[in-house]
Design a protein around this ligand. Sequence first.
Ligand code: MGD
Ligand code: MGD
Ligand code: SF4
Ligand code: MO
Length: 722
Amino acid sequence: MTDTHYAMCRFCHAFCGLKVDVEKDRVTKVIGDKHNPMYFGYSCMKGRQLPAQHYIPERLTHSVKRSDSGTYGEISSDSMMDEVADRLTRLINQYGPRSVALYSGTFSHLYPTSGPMSLAFMNAIESPMRFSSGTIDQPGKLIAMALHGRWNAGPRPFSEADVWMYVGTNPLVSMWSTPQYSPAKRMLEARKRGMKTIVIDPRKTECAEKADIFLQCKPGEDPTILAGIARVIVTEALMDLPFVEENAQGLEELRTHIDKFTPEYVERRAAVSAEKLIAAARLFATSASGDVTVGTGPNMSPRGTLTEYLALTITTLCGRWMREGEQMPNPLVLMPERRGKAQCEPKRPAWGFGENLRVRDLTDTAAGLTTAALADEILAQGQGQVKALISVGGNPMSVWPDQLKTYDAMKQLDLNITLDPVMSSTAKLADYVVAPKLSLEQPGITLLHDGLWFSGAMVGYPEPYAQYHPAIVPPPAGSDLLEEWEFFYGLAQRMGLKLKFGGEYLDMENKPCMDDLFETLTKGSRIPLSEVKKYPHGHIFEDPSIRVLPMDEGHIERLDIGNRFMMEELEDVMAEPLVLGAGYREDENFSHRLISRRMHGVYNSVGRDIPALKKNGLYNPAYMNPADLEAMGLSSGDMVEIESDHSSILGIVEEAPDVGEGVISMAHGFGDAPEHDEEVRFIGSNTGRLINVEKDFDRHTGNPRMSAVPVNVRLIERTVSQ
Ligand SMILES: Nc1nc2c(c(=O)[nH]1)N[C@H]1C(S)=C(S)[C@@H](COP(=O)(O)OP(=O)(O)OC[C@H]3O[C@@H](n4cnc5c(=O)[nH]c(N)nc54)[C@H](O)[C@@H]3O)O[C@H]1N2
Ligand SMILES: Nc1nc2c(c(=O)[nH]1)N[C@H]1C(S)=C(S)[C@@H](COP(=O)(O)OP(=O)(O)OC[C@H]3O[C@@H](n4cnc5c(=O)[nH]c(N)nc54)[C@H](O)[C@@H]3O)O[C@H]1N2
Ligand code: SF4
Ligand SMILES: [Mo]
């Protein structure tokens, strides 16, 4: 007998609506739910592998503990929490709360109870050392927003846009940026209604294939390109001057600082034709509506904050923010009603507050404490040294910049704990691996995507959509698994701590269940959770009466398009030597720049243990332009060494006409610890190893150069088939 259920996918952040077949308490098949009003039946090859993810033999069905000899043995979750609570208590007593750090990876965000409960625990032990994958992702978004200011009513919706500009983002593969939900269908519809797209990327991506204007640029030159676009808009008076005069400040400073970024300069420096640049600026500014989305590429390249800032500046110059009286596209569902105002919010500090890190004079930022400094915080001896790390749904060894430093740090820790369903490269160095329930074994709600708006990271759902599903299947028979929040609750119980969750102190004797916690998290929501539960396919809870409110009387906060720090950085950009040839600077001895990308069949470091996904390839090829291969006498399948000024990795070359000359496009999250380097043809290699967190980093935020990394390439071994 097959039962059918409806659920949200959590193989990645996109939460596609799924139809799930269950037989005898086991998930047998997963496909997209064609009755889902947000995703319209979309699912990808990863989502359809949820049954495999739940039942592969590699999945941990019990938590494990590392023995003195380095092997792992099962431990009951109760004993594990007893031991961990005891060891944490001893560390805190001896070294203080700062010795315990939390790293929240991508999967901690997918379960709405994990993040708040882990932070409640950190609050209870009074440790400020909270880090997340957000700072090695697109930290520029939040930091730039703090400098520019946030428009309370948000940007205009994609569904009404006449133009969209993509800067180093590829939603057709990543399901991130805009449109985030079923992007292929939404982009096709937009094109049919006449929307134009502009893509700025060193690689002719899936999005660029369909673009009206594609600026195939040198990596790392986005500040120059966007300053050039802003200059065309300002000098040709294409901006929405009434909006700017009423709502923004700093136009004159901006005008002065972008003046030297002429189309000819941009062409010389970033290798995009002056003519195309002007056409892009005109297309963007003369369309009635539309926005700019910046992705991970430019955020990881130098000056990611400046790129994000210039994107906000262009949006403001063109007045592309929601206006008084317009219908709010998404007044939220599982959070309190959001009725935006047509005004700039008070600006948050961008950096220079909160915990002082002990390295590189870094402080907290609008995007959080930078994860790029956490390995150093573990390694640097002395007062305040981090001795214990708890990673939730993340994989430091695979994704933190500077893998060898991370490796040293993992080994140096007194107590290394990770919550992970498999023995990830980090788990293999951990003292305890806490085995969690997987997505279909616990209830789910789409709360994260309501929260995306609040965090400022993204706009979230384009309409007020929400879905809830109960647990669909029990965990595997005989297993002993925890929901992530239960781990922190269990530790707190043992350590005599009271946890404040969703604004309320929890009953520390009578343990709540996840559904209780959902109720706490959605208290005061525009639509009660009980109402959302009535719609198994998910539902759009529209209310056209919710409209943007006018600016408050006497409101003085303005969007800042001439921020001092950003204008200084523009001067610094102008002072840099020009990039020559295909991709290197006068003062650099490097032939290529390595850039980031996403691949369909994996999610960061996740998915490589699933048989059907392995068929898409075992490793992360070093994609290179055919002209580069010919010039270097290389062919697809050859093994090369890719060397930065910091370290080197092996890579397997693959010819890719979509990748610009002088560029190597390679996904992150592959490979393993250095002992496995020779297995490159089976596990790929770790691009994070090439990154130097101590040299090329943003002085305010600490974010290192993770894309547009200067490298050299040399042949190591010809392809086996030659
Ligand atoms: N299938 C799959 N989906 C994923 C992920 C995955 O691993 N696999 N990862 C998820 C995560 S964690 C995130 S944050 C999102 C990211 O989502 P996106 O930001 O959309 O990520 P990418 O698809 O890598 O797009 C980044 C683009 O930046 C370009 N790029 C690199 N360097 C530069 C540069 O200097 N300038 C410019 N202009 N472009 C540059 C790359 O060529 C690439 O096309 O994707 C998520 N979705
Ligand atoms: N060089 C370079 N480095 C990068 C990037 C890049 O483009 N280039 N991208 C950066 C970006 S955008 C990001 S977001 C980070 C990603 O950083 P992380 O989030 O640290 O890395 P992931 O690979 O997503 O790790 C997810 C881990 O969660 C585990 N997991 C899977 N399902 C579950 C679950 O249900 N529960 C729990 N508890 N765990 C689960 C997986 O097995 C895996 O080990 O990497 C960053 N690092
Ligand atoms: S894009 Fe794929 S992996 Fe991500 S939520 Fe949708 S089906 Fe799942
Ligand atoms: Mo990310």
